[in-house]
Design a protein around this ligand. Structure first.
Ligand SMILES: O=C(O)CCC(=O)C(=O)O
Ligand SMILES: [Fe+2]
Length: 354
């Protein structure tokens, strides 16, 4: 057996990996004609919204789950087995969810913020608008003079990529990709201090803007349940994750921030997902829970040492649970946002780095 295969098999032996596989999207191989997802047993998935609703009806709470009620946020849950973890169901109003969805697709991926597309295409401006207008990104072979090249735009070998509305013959000689495919393939963008994925650390030398004021204020408010009175959270960086059908986020730790007593404030938008919260070892069996649009998770203190990930998002009508967004995003201007979010999930997680 190759070393890499052996490593993979070893990895699959961990409790976290087995749990991921349990919830991941697989297709039924028996039916070759229609692609049908394999059914998944969801009975063990914690559902904090229904726990809250049933608590409001009859006062019940499952063992090990605590409900807290401070006056600065909606009611929120903590778990006896995972100190430092907090779940705030329906923390974001529908209007706020819509605003954040719009921003995540327009402003947040704008340079100098970087996205997964930077490595191949350099910085891309106005991707969402280009996708809406049916544009195509083409490699421009003409050498760019140094006066034309923007210092942040990282054009390599004097070549750059530009959007065009041209179609057909003229594009055949160039490398090209449609803006709508690029939008579908957008997996992350980074705000504030830029996270450098290859080094798994922040590169403070990269050009960056501050976290947008409204997002900063929202995160500060939402962080309060995880912090002692009088201690403030200072957002310096955020990662926006974009998930389409079949996309997952593997089990990981976020350990590149200096002060682990500070929470990671994590906002869910769009289609419902399953979130796995493991323990300090990949061998600890994770807890699975639903994350719906508008839910917020905080991970501080000991919970910062817990492996976590997203093995599944649900994009089908019944399970996505985005009816409230469909009712809200009905203006002509919003239809392209709606079309995107009907089959996607967006996560914004906000961090204090130093
Ligand atoms: O998508 C999520 O809910 C979690 C995201 C996350 O853990 C991360 O980006 O570090
Ligand atoms: Fe994370």
């Amino acid at each position: 057996m190759y070393e890499s295969e052996k490593k993979k098999e070893d990895l699959e032996r961990t409790a976290f990996r087995r749990c991921e596989k349990n919830y991941k999207l697989y297709y039924d191989t028996n039916n070759k004609k229609i692609k049908t997802p394999k059914p998944v047993d969801l009975t063990d998935v914690l559902d904090f919204r229904s726990i809250l609703d049933s608590h409001n009806r009859n006062g019940d709470l499952p063992h090990g789950v605590t409900l807290l009620n401070h006056n600065f946020t909606s009611p929120f849950f903590s778990l006896q087995s995972r100190p430092g973890f907090y779940f705030i169901p329906r923390a974001l109003s529908i209007e706020k969810q819509c605003t954040l969805i719009r921003e995540s697709l327009t402003d947040f991926p704008q340079p100098p913020n970087r996205t997964n597309h930077n490595a191949i295409y350099g910085p891309i401006c106005d991707l969402f608008v280009a996708a809406k207008e049916g544009k195509v990104l083409v490699e421009d072979d003409s050498p760019i003079s140094s006066s034309e090249a923007h210092p942040d735009f990282g054009h390599r070998d004097g070549k750059g990529w530009t959007f065009t509305t041209e179609k057909g013959e003229s594009l055949r000689k160039c490398k090209s990709i449609s803006a709508s495919s690029l939008l579908r393939k957008l997996r992350w963008s980074t705000l504030g201090l830029q996270f450098e994925w290859s080094k798994r650390n922040y590169d403070v030398s990269l050009p960056h803007n501050k976290i947008p004021e409204a997002l900063c204020e929202l995160a500060k408010q939402l962080a309060k349940p995880a912090l002692p009175a009088g201690v403030d959270f200072h957002p310096e960086a955020a990662i926006v994750n974009y998930f389409g059908l079949g996309d997952t986020l593997g089990g990981h730790l976020d350990d590149m921030e200096a002060d682990w007593s500070m929470p990671i404030v994590s906002l869910s938008l769009g289609c419902k997902a399953i979130f796995l919260l493991g323990g300090k070892s990949r061998e600890d069996p994770p807890l699975a829970m639903f994350l719906r649009s508008g839910d917020v998770v905080l991970m501080a203190g000991e919970a910062r040492e817990c492996f976590h990930g997203v093995p599944r998002i649900f994009t089908d009508r019944e399970n996505a649970e985005i009816g409230h967004l469909e009712e809200q995003l009905t203006n002509e201007d919003d239809l392209f946002f709606l079309k995107y979010i009907q089959t996607s999930r967006i996560n914004i997680n906000i961090r204090q780095v130093f």
